[in-house]
Write a protein that binds this ligand. Structure first.
Ligand code: ZN
Length: 161
């Protein structure tokens, strides 16, 4: 078991954060953006960037090659739907996708939208960490958090259609 500190400062003990989220042990702030048979998506509220989505498998697995055929199909389908919704309701033109296998959480993909302000940190993969830290440390004000919540609501609504 490990202790994880949530965005709201609350500490919870979980074996796997992704399992805790997909099984409803932890309610993601802002709620579930979309849920399918095999996947679960929510905003990563640790970083207040509108449309920053984490798409996690419901099953506890580490690697892409462990996905069943049904899960693979579900994965790429829901990933594409979320991407389309980001474009249509949030106007997001580019997204960076990350997923790493050497994590204590289980299989999940980060969808990190690119906004104009991010380019002052450069382009490509090396800009991502400074962008995320800037968001977490400098953008946690009420107005921006409100923007993030509105983006969650807009994506959730769009993905119901
Ligand atoms: Zn898990």
């Amino acid at each position: 078991m490990r202790t994880i500190t949530m965005a709201n400062g609350e500490a919870v003990e979980v074996e796997c954060l992704s399992c805790a989220l997909v099984n409803g042990l932890i309610e993601p702030e802002g709620g579930i953006v979309v849920e399918t048979e095999h996947f679960h998506a929510h905003q990563d509220v640790a970083y207040p960037i509108p449309g920053l989505i984490i798409l996690a498998s419901k099953r506890h697995l580490k690697s892409l090659d462990e996905l069943t055929e049904a899960e693979r199909l579900d994965y790429i389908t829901v990933l594409s739907k979320i991407r389309k919704a980001q474009r249509e309701v949030l106007g997001i033109e580019s997204v960076y996708y990350f997923y790493n296998e050497d994590t204590t959480h289980h299989f999940h993909t980060w969808m990190v939208p690119r906004y104009g302000w991010m380019y002052e940190f450069g382009r490509s993969v090396e800009s991502v960490r400074p962008v995320l830290l800037h968001a977490r440390n400098e953008m946690n004000d009420d107005a921006n958090v409100k923007n993030v919540r509105q983006a969650i609501a807009a994506l959730t609504e769009e993905l119901k259609r």
